[in-house]
Design a protein around this ligand. Structure first.
Ligand code: BEZ
Length: 213
């Protein structure tokens, strides 16, 4: 099944390094980052999961729960977690789904047979508290993902859900944002953006980033 933006993320129950996961119960009212990796005991995946563990405080600040997945079994995950902790100087603090029967991988389209018939690709799905899919991305096995970029997207999504703005190229939290083109009423703009705005073009209007609540 191909998951598209705005679709409802499928619920599931599956084994994990922290016991059986009931996905929606696990997420509760949080944002979710579900991400797949090709295999345990591989170098790039080791760095990715180590880095994700180090982002614990950043995820917590944003109300995000991370959960990893591969088709390896629970025993493999337990052994590998020890290696991640040792080599990346961290403590894996999120579950790794053991998708031995590919149930979740099938629901989320994590196996791309023309890349590999047996393992999952490097995908990420960001899920909002209402369970809607807000981002999907897929990287090749040879390229580790930038998890700071995932945080940046979460910041953008949370900001733009709350304010009539969008975030320009390479935006980082605190940078100026753009006012959405649909907002044209000057009185409303003045009320929403009291610091004013700079119009480079009528459709390209920069303003200071509002607070994310
Ligand atoms: C890795 O995580 O290092 C990796 C996994 C599968 C293929 C290539 C690299």
């Amino acid at each position: 099944m191909t998951l598209r933006l705005g679709d409802i993320a499928p619920d599931f129950q599956q084994d994990s390094s922290l016991g059986t996961i009931h996905f929606y119960d696990f997420l509760g009212e949080h944002w979710g980052i579900l991400f797949s990796h090709p295999a345990d005991y591989t170098p790039v995946c080791t760095t990715e999961l180590g880095f994700t563990a180090k982002l614990k405080d950043e995820f917590e600040k944003r109300g995000v729960k991370a959960i990893a997945l591969s088709v390896d079994d629970v025993e493999s995950h337990h052994g590998w977690i020890k290696d991640i902790n040792e080599t990346q100087q961290t403590e894996v603090n999120f579950p790794i789904i053991a998708d031995h029967d590919r149930k979740v991988s099938t629901l989320y389209d994590f196996i791309h047979p023309n890349a590999s018939e047996t393992s999952t690709v490097r995908s990420v799905v960001i899920i909002a508290p209402n369970k809607k899919v807000r981002l999907t991305l897929t990287y090749p096995a040879s390229t580790g993902r930038n998890f700071n970029e995932i945080l940046r997207v979460i910041d953008s999504l949370q900001l733009t859900d709350q304010h009539k703005v969008a975030t320009p190229a390479n935006w980082q939290h605190g940078d100026d944002v753009v006012i959405v083109p649909a907002l044209k009423d000057e009185a409303e703009i003045a009320q929403r953006f009291p610091k004013g705005y700079t119009a480079v073009k009528p459709y390209l209007r920069f303003t200071a980033q509002p607070e994310i609540h």
